[in-house]
Design a protein around this ligand. Structure first.
Ligand code: TZP
Ligand code: MG
Length: 213
């Protein structure tokens, strides 16, 4: 059973000159439970090399933390990653499942209740609710779905729900209480002077919000 509670999405453009592998190492030390490697402008060969290094790192430091590859099934398959994450304009879930097989994790970003129901019917293993709050990290999002969006999707599907977009330690508790199983963050960890401390602060909020349910 994968723990999606504190899900790091990488972004080399926000990493303040530090390498993605160093950020992942620190974030996992701080309690990140799942890592998505997201490279939007990277040569395929370099993407594969980086994915392989991060997979090796995770196997060494915490084999329970899966590596999920954003968009690129070929990269995921080449390095034996644990999963792929696809958006609404990426490869369709049914086609992706045919290629990756049943044991690979498949996450689908959804922007509505209808998307969520379709993702569940098409074999997703978890859903990313995108975006929950306004974010400057991704510029082609729909209007934020808010806490009400989480509640509506929670009522419609039973898959694990991971909320993404504008999540910080200050709003984590309300996101979890609205029905998300986990939070996915980019800037709150990647853009922090201490990714380890930032991950720890988010984790503290997740644990506290569950205890108060
Ligand atoms: N998908 C939906 S919003 C988003 C992605 C990749 C970016 C979230 O970044 P941040 O910095 O956590 O708001
Ligand atoms: Mg995508």
């Amino acid at each position: 059973m994968v723990d999606f509670s504190l899900y790091l999405v990488t972004d080399r453009t926000l990493s303040l000159g530090r390498s993605t592998i160093d950020i992942v190492r620190a974030a996992v030390a701080g309690g990140v439970t799942c890592v998505q490697l997201r490279e939007k402008k990277c040569a395929t060969r370099f993407f594969i090399e980086e994915a392989r290094l991060i997979k090796e790192l995770l196997t060494k430091i915490n084999p329970a933390v899966p590596l999920i590859i954003n968009d690129r099934l070929d990269v995921a398959l080449a390095v034996g990653a644990d999963g792929v994450h696809l958006g609404q304009t990426d490869m369709a879930a049914v086609d992706a499942r045919r290629l990756i097989g049943s044991s690979c994790i498949m996450g689908i970003s959804v922007e509505s209740v209808a998307d969520a129901i379709r993702a569940e019917n098409e074999g997703a293993d978890y859903i990313g609710i995108s975006p929950v709050f306004a974010t400057t990290t991704k510029d082609d999002t729909v209007e934020p779905l808010g806490l009400q969006g989480i509640q509506a999707i929670r009522a419609a599907v039973s898959l694990p729900l991971v909320a993404i977009g504008g999540i910080t330690a200050d709003n984590t508790a309300e996101v979890i209480r609205a029905g998300a199983d986990g939070i996915a963050v980019v800037s709150a960890i990647v853009g922090s002077p201490s990714p380890e401390d930032a991950a720890r602060a988010l984790k503290t909020q997740i644990i506290a919000s569950r205890q108060h349910n």
